[in-house]
Design a protein around this ligand. Structure first.
Ligand SMILES: N[C@@H](CCC(=O)N[C@@H](CS)C(=O)NCC(=O)O)C(=O)O
Length: 225
């Protein structure tokens, strides 16, 4: 049986969702973030050297990295579900979005988080204006334009197709859910991008998504549009 090493409020929520969509049997081993640093507890390093979540174990195999876990689970337990046919244009789009989520979309989202923390961090009063000015400049010249370009791009893609890979819901939508949810909660995604808002509404209405939320516990990114 698959064991999901699940960190509260994290990307591992989408692995629970995928397993619910597939109807696969799984168990959850829970880990809680340090409330000060938000880092995972050291026990996760006993499962995988990086000590990050998600990571799964299955039949003596350990798989880390969301995209790799999704590929493994779809291949092993999917029976052809949630993945477009090999060689189709949809399959290429599926692969693209599976990589885009962590390879491109998350970069400005993480930078936004880090620079917001820098602005709010405790520091000597005479350093604060300088730190705030530098953080503000990086945000306005690099982070905000990249976030907006990504949102516009994803919005246009969802104008052309119902789902990220094409006309059918696929595991690429599960992988893309985290950056889109994070954009909604932390990076200004709102009604200016109606297809992305609609995407959130549609994924949050899926019974498997709701079951995974109950199974996973605390998850701050499922705010309804
Ligand atoms: N690209 C990796 C990112 C993994 C990652 O950074 N996970 C976060 C949770 S969303 C984590 O474990 N953070 C706690 C820590 O770094 O200690 C993936 O998609 O699996």
């Amino acid at each position: 049986m698959v064991t999901v090493h699940h960190l509260n409020n994290s990307r591992s929520q989408r692995i629970l969702w995928l397993l619910e969509e597939l109807g696969a049997r799984y168990e959850i081993k829970r880990y809680t973030r340090d409330p000060q640093t938000m880092l995972a507890p050291p026990e996760l390093r006993a499962v995988h050297a990086l000590g990050k979540s998600p990571v799964i174990t299955d039949d003596g195999i350990t798989v880390a990295e969301s995209g790799a876990i999704i590929e493994y689970l779809v291949e092993r337990y999917g029976g052809g579900r949630l993945i477009p046919a090999a060689g189709s244009p949809e399959r290429l789009r599926y692969t693209y979005w599976l990589h885009f989520a962590e390879g491109s979309a998350m970069t400005p989202l993480l930078l936004e988080l880090i620079f917001e923390r820098i602005k709010a961090a405790a520091m000597p009063f005479f350093v604060k204006p300088i730190a705030r000015a530098i953080a503000g400049k990086v945000k306005s010249t690099f982070i905000a334009p990249n976030l907006a370009r990504h949102l516009d791009f994803m919005e246009n893609e969802l104008c052309a197709h119902d789902w990220f890979a094409g006309g059918e819901f696929s595991a690429a939508d599960i992988q893309m859910s985290f950056p889109v949810e994070l954009s909604r909660v932390r990076a200004g995604l709102d009604e200016k991008w109606p297809r992305l808002m609609d995407f959130l509404e549609r994924i949050h209405a899926r019974p498997a998504y709701r079951r995974a939320l109950v199974a996973g516990g605390e998850y701050a990114f499922a705010a309804q549009p």
